[in-house]
Design a protein around this ligand. Structure first.
Ligand SMILES: O=C(O)C1=C[C@@H](OP(=O)(O)O)[C@@H](O)[C@H](O)C1
Ligand SMILES: C=C(OP(=O)(O)O)C(=O)O
Length: 433
């Protein structure tokens, strides 16, 4: 295993152009592949997760051309993938795996979908159960309730279906994107709590860009008129990734700043732009524009002051909330991040991984089923900790912030390739000693 030694830095300031949003990139690729007409996708995120989606779509017979580094043209297949039989490997990309299961279940072909070992531990039963209500033919090839899956052709029955929303919003997003392609209108009822709601809003917004409408009564009741056709909007520019922005904004709030991220701003639909509001609650100075956000440390008349701890329900920002956990190391008091049960079924058990690694730098940490509580060490952070990253890009990126206090080693830094391959190069551009 390789590692990266980060020296201690005492300031953060600068400007970062964000890579494209993972969530938007993979939605746009899928919808462009299903659309009528050719779509030019600009500023696509180039990372493991988007590579999984691109490879899968090409395997399914979609013609995709790379025009320049981040610009791709996608030839839409008018709602039907040309290839009717395929084995797809999707790594650990939830934004590829979940929507593709939903779309392929209604495609009338024979498909197998698998991923890395961790993907085979990430639940998918709620989505499979919803699709089975439509009479989709889906079998578990390994453990019941988890990938890998096999999908076979089936005579679909359209009707009202229900889905649970408390494990992952990606199941509902997948259904919403797939159902317009069926023959008849379906109603979806969400049973119980819907977590990570901004991602469902993002799904509906991307579908609307392709001319497809969903009638929504509230967040528990959706009617998907069908058949509908996705129509290429011609050109789409993918906005910057708001979750990736969180590390730089936190650095600005901890290390003086200003740090400005360019690519997302007040008009963004990505839920993770609200990470900036959480930083503001901690005392950071935040400025926002149409296409940028900037952070600086709290300033008093006389000196730079430290951040304050917060107690926050993080259900709306599940990914950026992880950044709050390491930012809490630089805040006065005890920070509690609540309503984060989904962390346990993502790239790793993120509550347990975060607790274990935070303790290595001297924090006092309490964890529960759906919360984490962090008190920074009374004196100073422990220098030279060796941080394990659990093949979780966000663990690696979050812990880079510790270098604003003390030097540390980050094991397997390459795991950032899932969403941000040149993260550490960009991080080095804004930290100064
Ligand atoms: O739909 C999406 O693009 C995502 C939804 C969220 O997952 P959950 O809905 O499982 O919380 C988020 O954590 C993930 O990184 C991306
Ligand atoms: C949870 C994440 O990824 P996925 O899309 O694989 O669910 C993430 O990027 O933090």
């Amino acid at each position: 295993m390789d590692w990266l030694d980060l020296p201690a830095a005492n300031a953060a300031r600068g400007f970062i152009e964000l890579p494209g949003s993972k969530s938007i990139s993979n939605r746009i690729l899928l919808l462009a592949a299903l659309a009528n007409g050719k779509t030019l996708v600009r500023n696509l995120l180039i990372s493991d997760d988007t590579a999984q989606m691109l490879n899968a779509l090409e395997t399914l017979g979609i013609k995709i051309n790379q025009i320049s580094k981040n610009d791709y043209s996608v030839e839409g297949a008018k709602g039907k993938f040309p290839v009717k039989q395929a084995d797809l490997f999707l790594g650990n990309a939830g934004t590829a795996f979940r929507p593709l299961v939903a779309v392929l279940a209604i495609m009338g072909g024979h498909y197998r979908l698998s991923g890395v070992a961790r993907m085979h531990e990430r639940p998918i039963a709620d989505l499979v159960n919803a699709l089975r209500q439509l009479n989709a033919n889906i079998a578990y090839l390994g453990n019941e309730g988890f990938p890998p899956l096999e999908i076979k052709p089936a005579e679909l029955q359209t009707k009202a279906i229900s889905i649970k929303g408390d494990v992952s919003s990606q199941f509902l997003s997948g259904l919403l994107m797939a159902l317009p392609l069926t023959d008849k209108t379906t109603t979806i009822i969400v049973n119980g709590m819907l977590i990570s709601r901004p991602y469902v809003e993002l799904t509906l917004a991307q579908m609307a860009r392709f001319g497809v409408q969903v009638i929504q009564k509230n967040w528990q009741h959706f009617t998907v008129p069908a058949p509908q056709t996705y129509k290429s909007p011609g050109e789409i520019i993918v906005e910057g990734d708001a979750s990736s922005a969180s590390y730089f904004l936190a650095a600005g709030a901890i290390g003086g700043g200003p740090v400005r991220v360019e690519g997302v701003g007040i008009e963004s639909l990505q839920g993770d732009i609200h990470f900036a509001d959480a930083l503001e609650k901690m005392g950071a100075h935040i400025r926002k524009g149409k296409n940028w956000i900037e952070s600086s440390s709290p300033i008093s008349d006389t000196s730079r002051q430290s951040l304050q701890a917060i107690d926050l329900d993080c259900n709306h920002i599940p990914d950026a909330a992880m950044t709050l956990a390491t930012t809490a190391l630089f805040a006065k008091g005890t920070t509690t991040l609540r309503n984060i049960a989904s962390w346990r079924v993502k790239e790793t058990d993120r509550i347990s991984a975060m607790a274990k690694e935070l303790r290595k730098v001297g924090a006092l940490v309490e964890e529960g089923k759906d919360f984490i509580r962090i008190t920074p060490p009374a004196t100073a952070l422990t220098p030279h900790a060796i941080i394990d990253t659990y093949d979780d890009h966000r663990m690696a990126m979050c812990f880079s912030l510790v270098s604003l206090g003390v030097p540390l080693r980050i094991n397997d830094p390459g795991c950032v390739a899932k969403t941000f391959p040149d993260y550490f190069k960009k991080f080095a551009m804004i930290v100064h000693s």
